[in-house]
Ligand binder design. Structure first.
Ligand code: AMP
Length: 246
């Protein structure tokens, strides 16, 4: 595996799969790498903690960063190129062009994190333009992100196939997330209410936690989606309600 920091070094052979990430790798990320490995000649993973998708006061500064560990995990799981761009290359001086998926980007997460999906859609389009993948891989864990990216790809005729992989959970049911690293053991115990409430479709299981939302969302597939805050950590999760299992 090669670590590359500039777009000029991003030479790929044959079909290419891209896995956009912000690092702090766990089995959820690794499952995407393996899915990309199975379907493409070249696998590119990007590692970029995208400032544009964090609002002031969010966890940009404390977001887990360990490039060496991430690089080893990426290599072991079939990544050929780990693309670690500099912020100045993603957002050059004078940057002023944004992708705003207006409606899908403003409900649920978008309501609680204004500007979040504008940052997500813009960085993904930029990464698609730099890497030119045939396929890009996303996790169902972030169901609204998938909906936003698919909408952008259709609306702007972006030549990439979006592939979605199932949510990977710990044995206790908690969806894997880089942000789980923030949880104390007591908070982690409290956080288990989130997957339980979703699995039982029972909002009352979240009593005592700060709930941002707990509601069905008409994505494809339809999901029950929720966001809660446990201490200073914000967690999101969802379960598929009907249709294909994702
Ligand atoms: P992140 O590094 O958190 O931006 O996530 C990178 C990709 O991994 C996104 O497409 C996420 O949806 C996906 N992902 C994160 N957590 C999980 C999980 N527990 N299961 C499956 N995919 C995940």
């Amino acid at each position: 595996m090669k670590v590359v920091r500039t777009a000029a070094e991003l030479r790929t052979d044959g079909s290419t799969g891209l896995v956009p990430t912000m690092g702090g790798f766990h089995e959820g990320h690794l499952s995407l790498f393996r899915a990309a490995r199975a379907e493409n000649d070249t696998v590119v993973a990007s590692l970029f903690v995208n400032p544009a998708q964090f609002a002031p006061g969010e966890d940009l500064d404390r977001y887990p960063r360990d490039e060496e560990r991430d690089a080893a995990l990426a290599e072991e799981n079939g990544v050929d190129l780990l693309f670690v761009p500099a912020a100045e290359d993603i957002y050059p001086d004078g940057f002023q062009t944004w992708v705003d998926v207006e409606e899908l980007g403003s409900i649920l997460e978008g309501e609680h994190r204004p500007g979040h999906f504008r940052g997500v859609a813009t960085v993904c389009l930029k990464l698609f333009n730099l890497v030119r993948p045939d396929r890009a891989y996303f996790g169902q864990k972030d169901a609204q992100q998938v909906a936003v990216i698919k909408r952008m790809v259709r609306d702007l005729a972006v030549p990439v196939e979006i592939r979605v992989c199932p949510t990977v959970r710990d044995d206790d049911g908690l969806a894997l997330s880089s942000r789980n690293a923030y949880l104390s053991p007591e908070e982690r115990e409290k956080a288990l209410a989130l997957p339980r409430a979703l699995a039982a479709n029972d909002r009352s299981a979240l009593d005592g936690l700060a709930v941002d939302y707990f509601e069905p969302a008409d994505f494809e597939p339809r999901v029950l989606a929720a966001a809660v805050r446990v201490g200073s950590t914000r967690l999101i999760d969802n379960v598929v309600l009907e249709g294909e299992t994702a």
